[in-house]
Write a protein that binds this ligand. Structure first.
Ligand code: ADP
Length: 244
């Protein structure tokens, strides 16, 4: 198997603090990997390193065979890898449709009509075509996150990184965002999803990764990790989160 995303010995420090400690992880093309683990274990840092939102070192990351590092290849990596954040990060002064059109026009040089048609198709796909002319501030959190997913898809990425995409949402809106993500899984796009939604991870992930203290402490199929965890720290984490 040639991995689409590969991390080898990746470390990341903030001053003296080691947030990632020798992470090795290969993600196959089209694979869905969910990353779980306690707060502060390095999950967000890991996904942010994949498209170099955080600088890291020592260690190596590659995406589609392209090394992830500062330099001329970085734009190519970022064009392949879409990111969806906890806090949506939409442009507040642009309509929903414009938010989705922007990157394809600027980076892929699509003309306005083509970008608009594609934006509408994507908004349809995430179930909010009727909100296209509104501004993000006029939408619910769940709707804004669905726009953010459509915006990421507009660049036709080969991989999508999700950093706790439902953590900022009111509980009744979590389901609609997870439904959209479930619809994307196993369509060919490679997905790494940092999540506290254990039901989603169990149902959708090909592989579940458990992090603690900047390390991957356990990895396996959902059945292996949730039903037969090998590590006491995994058992403690699952017990705490499922009791919640
Ligand atoms: P998680 O996503 O698992 O909650 P993070 O990756 O956000 O964990 O953080 C891992 C560790 O790195 C935490 O201890 C956090 O406090 C620390 N950290 C994250 N970002 C920064 C930063 N910008 N400066 C200093 N420390 C940070």
């Amino acid at each position: 198997m040639v991995p689409f995303i590969s991390l080898k010995g990746v470390c990341k420090s903030y001053d003296q603090f080691l947030a990632l400690d020798r992470i090795d992880l290969d993600v196959a093309p089209g694979e869905v990997v969910c990353i779980i683990g306690p707060s502060g274990s390095g999950k967000s840092t890991l996904v942010r390193c994949v498209n170099l939102l955080e600088q890291f070192g020592p260690g190596d990351i590659s995406v589609g065979g392209i090394p992830v590092r500062v330099g001329k290849d970085l734009a190519a990596v970022r064009a392949e890898v879409g990111m969806v954040f906890q806090s949506f990060n939409l442009f507040p002064h642009m309509s929903v449709k414009r938010n989705v059109m922007l990157a394809p026009m600027r980076i892929r040089k699509l003309d306005e009509a083509t970008a608009a048609a594609r934006a509408m198709a994507l908004l349809q796909r995430v179930g909010i075509a009727e909100q296209a002319e509104k501004y993000p501030g006029q939408l619910s959190g769940g709707q804004q996150q669905r726009v953010a997913i459509a915006r990421a898809l507009a660049m036709e990425p080969k991989a999508l990184l999700f950093d706790e995409p439902t953590s900022a949402l009111d509980p009744e809106m979590v389901g609609e965002v997870l439904d959209v993500m479930r619809g994307l899984a196993h369509t060919g796009v490679t997905m790494i999803v940092v999540t506290h939604e254990m039901g989603f991870a169990r149902q959708v992930a090909d592989r579940v990764i458990v992090m603690d203290g900047g390390r991957i402490i356990e990895a396996g199929t959902p059945a292996e990790v949730f039903d037969h965890p090998t590590q006491q720290r995994t058992r403690d984490f699952l017990k705490a989160i499922l009791a919640h």
